[in-house]
Design a protein around this ligand. Structure first.
Ligand code: DO4
Ligand code: MG
Length: 285
């Protein structure tokens, strides 16, 4: 089952449940105030089934706009969880190569802060490339949607936009390489009621188009993530409280070739089987 936040033609933000490929149920009309409320439910799938059985109003998907599927959750990101990410980063920086090598196999994963909810771009919105960086890439990632107890309530798509030259120059610059205007996009759906084993069969693919021509395409499997999802979530929640829940990106396994950098106007399309497609246009920030 898939839930979302969406904006109506009248400009109201509402919570939706996918009815079929073209229609959503309006859960706001059933008294669901926010997506975070749903994610706290003990048996979310049963609750959604009960809601779907009621004659709720619907909206055609073609008449609404997706919002980012977060309202108050902080967004965090795990890194170097795929072998591909480790080797790409070791090549990008002699200076930090040992750190990437070590964290890949260390007990404690790399986890960093990525975004406040209100700064996240929705599908159809912008993703940024820094004007003081010369090597910018998208990072297509599976995102865990966690409730306030740290339990995985669902899964969405994340784009962890990154400036590789800034990151490669010195690891202490990581927050600047990772956190800036429009550096994070999420959505469109949160898929619920699936197990980690099922999700590990999903594929993550990315296509970047420039003036309507493909300039990069790549693909990986969620099965390539080295760590268990619960392990990543439990480290995020160690000595931390997230009263509204949190989103945790799980790292990238697709890295464009070293000569590739994003340009303003490029369209980044990330698809995860089981969730949908997150599409954003690159803007210079
Ligand atoms: O340590 C750098 C960031 C790693 C990252 O974002 C990833 O592997 O996806
Ligand atoms: Mg990343």
């Amino acid at each position: 089952m898939k839930i979302c936040r969406f904006k109506t033609n009248a400009g109201e933000i509402r919570i939706g449940l996918a009815k079929d490929e073209t229609t959503i149920f309006d859960l706001t009309s059933a008294g669901i105030p926010e997506i975070t409320t749903l994610l706290e439910s003990g048996d979310l799938v049963a609750r959604l089934r009960t809601l779907a059985d009621r004659a709720l109003p619907t909206f055609p998907l073609s008449e609404v706009q997706f919002c980012a599927p977060v309202k108050r959750q902080e967004v965090w990101a795990a890194g170097v969880t795929y072998l591909r990410s480790k080797t790409a980063r070791m090549e990008e920086s002699d200076f930090s190569a040992t750190a990437y090598d070590k964290v890949y196999s260390a007990e404690r994963p790399e986890i960093f802060f990525k975004s406040l909810a209100e700064k996240v771009s929705a599908t159809g919105g912008p993703v940024g490339i820094r004007r003081d960086a010369r090597w910018n890439v998208p990072e297509p990632e599976l995102a865990l949607v966690l409730n306030s107890a740290g339990k995985i309530a669902g899964y969405t798509i994340g784009n962890d936009m990154s400036s590789r030259d800034i990151e490669g120059e010195n690891l202490l610059y990581l927050p600047q390489a990772k956190v800036y205007r429009h550096s994070c996009a999420l959505g469109p759906w949160i898929t619920v009621g699936v197990t980690e084993e099922e999700v590990r069969h999903w594929t993550i693919s990315i296509e970047i188009r420039r003036r309507n021509q493909p300039v990069f395409a790549g693909e990986t499997s969620v099965s390539q993530i080295k760590r268990r999802f619960e392990e990543l979530a439990s480290y995020l929640f160690r000595s931390q409280d997230f009263p509204h829940g949190a989103v945790l990106l799980t790292g990238t396994g697709v890295v464009p070739p070293d000569g590739f950098t994003l340009q303003e106007g490029d369209v980044v399309r990330i698809e995860i089987t089981g969730v949908g497609t997150l599409e954003n246009t690159v803007t210079l920030v």
